[in-house]
Design a protein around this ligand. Structure first.
Ligand SMILES: Cc1ncc(COP(=O)(O)O)c(C=O)c1O
Length: 462
C-alpha cells in the first residue's frame, strides 16, 4: 500500500491560478489537436519571442570560453561580445561553474548599483547613491520577494498590505508563511491609482483585527492590471508607509514595459526619506524575456534594524542567501547584461537596439489592438495606462449565473484563447475580470480578436 504522509496545511492552502484549471484544460485540448492561443502567462519566449542575440552570444561564450579559440567561431561573434565575456569571467574570478558569493558576484552588484543611479539620475537629483552591499542577486525576482516576506512574517498576527488584484506569488507566499494578507483595493475607475484613504482603510481594518502590518507591496507596472502607477499615488504610498512605520516592497519587474507612459522608480520618488525600501527587478520581463534564466536583484534602502539584536535587515538577508549558497550563476550573468547592454558604438549595438525596439513595439501594438477590441465588446471596460504585458478588463455584463471563471472557460472552449479569470488574482467583491497577456505573435492576436468579439456577443445574447 502506498504510504500517506501529512503535508504542511499551509502548502495545501497555496493557490496559483496562472497555472490552474483553465491552462490545464487548454493543455488537454492541445493534446487532442485543438489550436490554442496561450495568453495566460507572461513567459515571452514560450510564445515565440526570440532571445536578444547579444545576450545569448555573451552567455554562450561565458559557459564555453573555449569557443573563441575554435576555428571560424570568432568571426561569427562581434569582437565586443568576446571582450565582454572575457571581462565578465575575469571579474567573476571563478567562472560560472563554482558557487559565487552568496549575495551574488560583486562586479554584477556594482553594475546594478551604477544602473540604478543612472536610471534615477541620482547624482543630479540628490538621491542617495545605490550601494552594492545592499544589493542581493536572486533566482528571479520571486526569490527576493520571498526572502523579504519570510524575514518579516513571524506569526499569523503579522500582515502585509497587498494590492488586490495581485500577482499570486504574494498571496501564495503569505499563505505558506502563515501571515495575514491585508488587501487594499486600488481605484480601478481612476486608472488603478492609489490614495491614502484606500490604504488607511485597509490598515484600520487590520489593526481592529489585531494584525501588525509590517509592509506594503506595490507592483508597478501592475500584474495583473497592466497599469502604470502615477507619481501622486507613489507619493501617497510613501506618506502612508512613513506614518505607519511600514517597509515598502516595490515590485518593479515590468519597469521596461511602459509603452510611452512615464514610469518612476520608488527609489527616485523616495529620495532622501528614511523609509525602508525593498525593490525588485528581473531578467524575465522587459524586452529581455529571459524567464528561464532565473535572474533578478533585490535592492534595499534604509534597511530596518532588527528588534533586540545588533543586526539590520541586510545581515538577515545575507544569512538567508548564505543558506541557499548562491543564486544561479548564469542568472547573475544575465542580470549583468540586463543592466549593462552593449557599449555605445560597439559592433553589437545596432542589432541590439533593433531587436529591443521590435519587441517593445510589437507589445505596444498588440496591447492597443486588444484594447480596441474591448471597445467593440458590450460591457467590457479596461482602465489605466498600459504597462507590463497584460490587460485586465472588467466584464460588466455577464449572463445570469455566469462568473469570470465560467466566461474564461467558455472562451477557451469556443476560441482556443487561454486567459486567467480575475478571481485568480483577487478582485473587488462583486466584480468580474479576466487577464490577457499580450505576448503571442501579432498575427495570432489579429486572427483571434474577431472570434472573441463574436463569442462575447453570442454569450451575452444567451
Ligand atoms: C509582478 C511580478 N513579480 C514577480 C514575478 C516573478 O518574476 P521572476 O521570473 O523574476 O521570478 C512576476 C512574474 O510573472 C511578476 O509578474
Amino acid at each position: 500500500m502506498t504510504l500517506s504522509v501529512r503535508i504542511n496545511p499551509r502548502i495545501l492552502e497555496m493557490q496559483y491560478a496562472v497555472r490552474g484549471p483553465i491552462p490545464l484544460r487548454a493543455a488537454e485540448m492541445a493534446r487532442a489537436g485543438r489550436k490554442i492561443i496561450p495568453c495566460n502567462i507572461g513567459n515571452p519566449q514560450a510564445l515565440g519571442q526570440r532571445p536578444i542575440s547579444y545576450y545569448r552570444q555573451v552567455l554562450s561564450m561565458l559557459e564555453n570560453p573555449a569557443l573563441k579559440d575554435q576555428p571560424g567561431v570568432a568571426k561569427n561573434f562581434p569582437e565586443d561580445v568576446i571582450e565582454r565575456a572575457s571581462g565578465m569571467l575575469e571579474s567573476s574570478g571563478i567562472g560560472t561553474g563554482a558557487y559565487s558569493e552568496s549575495a551574488g558576484f560583486r562586479f554584477v552588484r556594482e553594475d546594478v548599483a551604477r544602473f540604478i543611479d543612472a536610471r534615477d539620475e541620482a547624482e543630479a537629483r540628490g538621491i542617495p547613491a545605490s550601494d552594492p552591499d545592499a544589493i542581493f542577486l536572486t533566482d528571479g525576482a520571486s526569490g527576493g520577494a520571498v526572502a523579504v516576506l519570510e524575514a518579516l512574517i513571524c506569526d499569523e498576527k503579522d500582515g502585509v498590505l497587498i494590492p488586490v488584484p495581485q500577482y499570486p506569488l504574494y498571496s501564495a507566499t503569505m499563505a505558506r508563511l502563515g501571515g495575514r494578507l491585508v488587501p487594499y483595493y486600488p481605484d480601478e475607475d481612476g486608472g488603478w491609482s492609489l490614495n491614502r484613504d484606500i490604504m488607511e482603510e485597509a490598515l484600520e481594518e487590520a489593526r481592529t483585527d489585531g494584525v501588525r502590518v509590517r509592509a506594503i507591496v506595490v507592483i508597478n507596472p501592475g500584474n495583473p492590471t497592466g497599469a502604470l502607477l502615477d507619481l501622486e499615488s507613489m507619493r501617497e504610498v510613501i506618506e502612508v508607509a512613513g506614518k505607519w512605520g511600514l517597509s515598502i516592497i516595490a515590485d518593479e519587474v515590468y519597469q521596461e514595459n511602459t509603452y510611452g507612459g512615464e514610469w518612476h522608480s520608488f527609489s527616485s520618488v523616495l529620495g532622501t526619506r528614511d523609509i525602508p525600501l525593498f525593490s525588485l527587478h528581473s531578467v524575465s520581463k522587459g524586452f529581455y524575456g529571459e524567464c528561464g534564466h532565473r535572474g533578478g536583484y533585490l535592492e534595499v534602502r534604509n534597511p530596518p534594524k532588527v528588534e533586540g539584536e545588533d543586526l539590520d535587515m541586510l545581515d538577515i538577508l545575507l544569512k538567508q542567501a548564505s543558506v541557499n549558497l548562491c543564486p544561479n550563476t548564469m542568472g547573475q550573468m544575465m542580470v549583468d547584461l540586463m543592466v549593462r547592454g552593449p557599449e555605445p558604438g560597439s559592433g553589437s549595438e545596432s542589432l541590439f537596439l533593433e531587436e529591443k525596439k521590435k519587441i517593445l513595439g510589437d507589445l505596444e501594438m498588440k496591447a492597443s489592438m486588444i484594447r480596441s477590441a474591448f471597445d467593440e465588446m458590450e460591457g467590457v471596460r479596461c482602465f489605466g495606462r498600459t504597462g507590463a504585458m497584460y490587460l485586465f478588463p472588467r466584464l460588466e455584463k455577464l449572463p445570469r449565473g455566469c462568473n469570470d471563471f465560467d466566461y474564461c472557460m467558455e472562451l477557451l472552449e469556443e476560441t482556443g484563447l487561454v486567459t486567467v479569470n480575475g478571481a485568480g488574482f483577487g478582485q473587488a467583491p462583486g466584480t468580474h475580470h479576466l487577464r490577457i497577456a499580450f505576448l503571442p505573435p501579432v498575427e495570432a492576436i489579429k486572427e483571434m480578436l474577431p472570434r472573441w468579439i463574436d463569442f462575447h456577443h453570442r454569450l451575452l445574447r444567451g
